[in-house]
Design a protein around this ligand. Structure first.
Ligand code: SAM
Length: 501
């Protein structure tokens, strides 16, 4: 119920113009900011529709609800994910559900529309987040891509193969493809809902935006390694790291927020993660020289940020600009402190830094300052075929956006210790450069058997585009000469690919 009370409070203030939505949500210190923001944003979008329904069903009197709380509850009951509360309020709302549903249906008939979204005024309809594909990461701790694809096919979805370009993400209802960059990511049409699906409930799939899968994928810690997830909750990236590590090694995960850690614990349990050690602790106070961290070679740092890349969190209202500037400056200073702290772990080889922010103050500027203060680290050039790069002068980094990558706004940088790069044998398998890390083409489930007229995806997933994923050779990405073994493997792989073509 706390979610609804907080959402109603913020909605009321925002509608009375007592502050920008984003600032009000962040200042609320609510444990799940994203969930709260999404609920308030969506309720506000449907506000006039909800008000009409509430007034014509005369809901306020019998329920003794105030308008803002009624709006939030009616939103989730009729349009959102369903009420997430129990107790007397749920009972009250359920008593009136049929009348509310009937009023919504009447409204659609009157306006000659069939979808809830079509009731919205044109200005409120344009939420780019609604157009983003639904990304589903296969949790390889519990299943394989092949098995997940088979299960979904048996469940009525139609598999179109591996995408070779972003255009292939124009999918109809139950169609899906494998992503062109991340081999364990399935892509569905926007709004495909898996919350009630067996694969989701059993932890076989994780609902995670494509951009947010990049940090763990790019850090790519080998099984058996020691890894830190510095600001870990609610833990999607932690579970991704564990999957890459095949649950072998040690995964230290820190977060300041106890409530978020509790949620994370449930999520990790469902995902079958066992190699983790959670700590409700300030990462900045973790001692890099502590004996338990002496073997830490990889760090994922995804610190608190403005969230400006999250489409549902975008707030274009004329917020107090001074307030916003101060907030960004304080976030950037925190992010830089976290980065500098991470680089102090004595055996660190690689650190991946990410934010879901579109502001250069939290991204390129933080990285540039960090590199200046830590000349023994350098940037690893990432996925050369990725369509959106870090702003100049840091094109080694990746950016993501609704328009160029069909994801939420995101930023990723991979830092590597310079002095360690001479030791090639110890170099981790590298998704930016190693052929053996790419899902072998033969393992990508073949959609050809399921011919679909007008399919957006080429039928043979073993096309030359599979090679595009191989990306730069090691020497191009980090200055290392590739080992003989790796050169041989690469040659062999190339031969196989040209055969497939
Ligand atoms: N990586 C997470 C994931 O993928 O699910 C999301 C992390 S979220 C962007 C940032 C997290 O940093 C929040 O959960 C916040 O509580 C945590 N945090 C903020 N300051 C921290 C600190 N000093 N030490 C550890 N965690 C911190």
């Amino acid at each position: 119920m706390a979610l609804y009370i907080k959402a109603a409070e913020i909605l009321e203030k925002a509608e009375m113009k007592q502050g920008a939505l984003k600032t009000l949500v962040y200042d609320s210190k609510f444990s799940n900011i994203k969930q709260l923001f999404a609920l308030v944003c969506e309720t506000q979008k449907f506000s006039s529709i909800l008000q009409e329904i509430i007034e014509s069903t005369k809901l306020l009197k019998p329920t003794k609800l105030k308008m803002p709380l009624a709006k939030v509850l009616v939103y989730d009951l009729l349009i959102g994910q369903g009420l997430k509360c129990g107790g007397t309020w749920k009972a009250k709302m359920m008593k009136h559900r049929a009348r509310l549903q009937a009023e919504l249906a009447r409204m659609k008939v009157r306006r000659k529309v069939s979808r809830n979204e079509d009731l919205l005024p044109a200005s409120a309809k344009q939420n780019p987040g609604d157009q983003l594909p639904r990304y589903v990461r296969v949790n390889t701790l519990k299943t394989t891509v092949e098995d997940a694809v088979d299960y979904l096919k048996r469940d009525g979805f139609s598999y179109l193969g591996q995408a070779v370009k972003l255009d292939n993400f124009t999918l109809k209802n139950k169609q899906f493809v494998i992503d062109l960059h991340l081999p364990e990511l399935l892509v569905f049409s926007p709004k495909t809902d898996f919350h009630d699906h067996f694969l989701y409930k059993a932890g076989h799939i994780i609902l995670q935006d494509k951009a947010s899968c990049l940090p763990a994928y790019l850090l790519n810690p080998p099984p058996g390694s020691h890894v830190i997830d510095a600001c870990a909750a609610p833990g999607n990236k932690t579970s991704h790291l564990a999957a890459i590590m095949k649950n072998r090694g040690k995964l230290f995960a820190f977060d300041l927020d106890g409530k978020r850690l509790a949620t994370m614990s449930t999520l990790l349990l469902r995902a079958g993660v066992t190699c983790h050690q959670l700590a409700n602790q300030d990462f900045l106070k973790v001692d890099p020289d502590g004996s338990q961290y002496k073997d830490v070679e990889y760090i994922l740092l995804d610190p608190s940020c403005s969230g400006s890349g999250m489409v549902c969190l975008r707030d274009n209202s004329a917020a107090n600009q001074e307030e916003e500037k101060a907030r960004l400056a304080s976030l950037a200073s925190f992010q830089l402190r976290c980065l500098n702290h991470g680089l102090r772990f004595p055996r660190l080889k690689r650190l991946v830094y990410s934010t879901c922010s579109i502001h250069s103050q939290e991204n390129e500027e933080v990285i540039a300052a960090c590199l200046q203060q830590n000349p023994n680290f350098r940037l690893v050039p990432l996925l050369p075929q990725w369509p959106e790069r870090g702003l100049e002068p840091l094109p080694q980094c990746l950016r993501a956006s609704t328009s160029k990558t069909l994801t939420h706004g995101f930023f990723v940088a991979l830092l590597e210790k310079v002095s360690d790069t001479s030791n090639i044998k110890e170099k981790p398998a590298d998704p930016v450069s190693d052929v053996e890390n790419v899902l072998p083409a033969a393992k990508i489930p073949d959609a050809a058997a399921e011919e679909k007229p007008g399919s957006a995806v080429e039928e043979n997933p073993e096309s030359s585009d599979a090679e595009e994923m191989v990306t730069l050779p090691a020497e191009d990405t980090n200055g290392d000469a590739p080992s003989k073994k790796r050169r041989r493997k690469r040659k062999k792989k190339k031969k196989n690919l040209s055969k497939a073509e």
